[in-house]
Structures are given as structure tokens and as C-alpha cells.
Design a protein around this ligand. Structure first.
Ligand code: ATP
Ligand code: MG
Length: 210
């Protein structure tokens, strides 16, 4: 962790939270695009343990965590943290942001979300505090109306005095839901996820019968 602090010369980090069930190229491309655009020191991927908003069956957290590690290992600017994986209780973004701010008091946090996630943000725990702790970056996502997202963002900015930046990200129309669907029907997911992830999925027979 001391090394991490040293590596963060600009004290600017991005956080990419998600269920990552499984991680795919749109997650990676979005994170890289934002890192480069805002000259962030690092992007920390934080797979959620028990996401409060996702009911249904989700894949074992260690499998999801392993896949995020495999997908990001070739990029020194991408880190994976297991703070939410380790927690037994439901996990909330606000707890993670609080923890980070406390551990590294002078750090600027950029929380990256897709335009869909920003539209749901008022359902998150302690909305207002989240906005105090981080700048939110809302990345465009195919299938999510930009107009609707932008209206929502304006409202959030006014209501919570939130820092939200809406960013056009040249993006891929991929979702984990789509990938799970392909796998369920024994269809190819090649070039949608990194090869290591694809191999991990087949070796562990994930997403077979949901
Ligand atoms: P699911 O279909 O299971 O919801 P997902 O593909 O949306 O999976 P998540 O783990 O829910 O993946 O998303 C993590 C974060 O990545 C969210 O902020 C989400 O908006 C963002 N994200 C996911 N896919 C894309 C994409 N294609 N373009 C931009 N952002 C994305
Ligand atoms: Mg999602």
C-alpha cells in the first residue's frame, strides 16, 4: 500500500466498481479511456461482494474476482482490490470511498460508471456522501439514452451539489448479461472478453445452467 501511494504521483485515482459477472472488454476499454483522458495514476477495479441491487443468481465472488485479475494483469496501471470481496455483509460504494479517503487523505477519487449506473445512483446508500467523496464520471454506453442521462445528471448536480462529468467514450455494445446469454446457449464469446477470461470460464464451467 505504501508502494501504491508512491505510484500515485498525481494523487488522482479512478475507481471502476462493478459486479463483473463476467468482466468484458467494454469495462476495460472504458477504464483505459478515462485513465488516459484524465491522466489518472491508476485505475482500481473493485468487484463487489454482495451487490445490494443485484438479486438473482450471481457468480461466486472469488470467480468474479479471479476473472478481473486475469483481465487486468497485463496493465500496470490497473489494480484489483478485494476490499468488497472480503466483506461478508452487503457492500456499498460509500463504505469503500470512505475507507479510501481515510487511508489516503489527499487523494482525488474519480468514480467511473456507465450512463446506466449514474441514472440509478439515487438508489445507492448515502447518495449525498458519495458525491462529497468522489467526482463521478458517467461514461456513455450504447443503448442508454444520452439525453435521459444528461437530464438526470443536471438534476443530481443541482440537488446534491455533485461533481459529475459526462464523457463520451467510444464504446462497445457489450454487457455481462449478453455474455451470460451467449454462454448459456453455447455460443461464442471470443473477442468480447480477454482470452484468459474465456479460458477461465470454460475451465470452471461457469454460466452453464443458470
Ligand atoms: P450486467 O449486464 O450484469 O449488469 P454490465 O455489463 O452492466 O453487467 P456491471 O458489472 O454491471 O457490467 O457494470 C460495471 C460498470 O461498468 C457499471 O458502471 C456499468 O455502467 C459499466 N459498463 C458496463 N458495460 C459498459 C459498456 N458497454 N459501456 C460503458 N460502461 C459500461
Ligand atoms: Mg450492469
Amino acid at each position: 500500500l505504501e508502494k501504491f501511494k508512491k505510484d500515485c504521483k498525481k494523487n488522482k485515482i479512478g475507481i471502476m466498481g462493478g459486479t463483473f459477472d463476467p468482466i468484458h472488454y467494454a469495462h476495460l476499454a472504458t477504464a483505459e479511456f478515462i485513465r488516459d483522458k484524465y491522466k489518472l495514476d491508476k485505475i482500481i477495479f473493485i468487484p463487489s461482494g454482495k451487490p445490494p441491487h443485484k438479486l438473482g443468481n450471481i457468480t461466486d465472488k472469488y470467480d468474479r474476482y479471479n476473472m478481473v485479475n486475469l483481465a487486468t494483469s497485463s496493465n500496470d496501471d490497473f489494480l484489483v482490490w478485494d476490499i468488497e470481496i472480503k466483506r461478508e455483509e452487503k457492500t456499498y460504494t460509500v463504505d469503500t470511498l470512505r475507507y479510501l479517503k481515510k487511508a489516503y487523505n489527499n487523494i482525488d477519487i474519480f468514480f467511473i460508471t456507465g450512463a446506466d449506473a449514474i441514472c440509478d445512483i439515487e438508489t445507492w446508500k448515502n447518495v449525498e456522501e458519495n458525491f462529497k467523496l468522489a467526482t463521478f464520471i458517467a461514461a456513455t454506453r450504447p443503448g442508454i439514452s444520452l439525453l435521459r442521462a444528461q437530464e438526470k445528471i443536471e438534476k443530481l448536480k443541482n440537488k446534491y451539489n455533485a461533481k459529475i462529468i459526462s464523457v463520451y467514450v467510444p464504446s462497445l455494445d457489450i454487457s455481462s448479461t449478453y455474455i451470460r446469454g451467449q454462454l448459456k446457449e453455447n455460443k461464442s464469446i471470443r473477442y468480447l472478453v480477454p482470452e484468459y477470461v474465456e479460458n477461465y470460464i470454460s475451465r470452471n464451467s461457469l454460466y452453464k445452467n443458470e
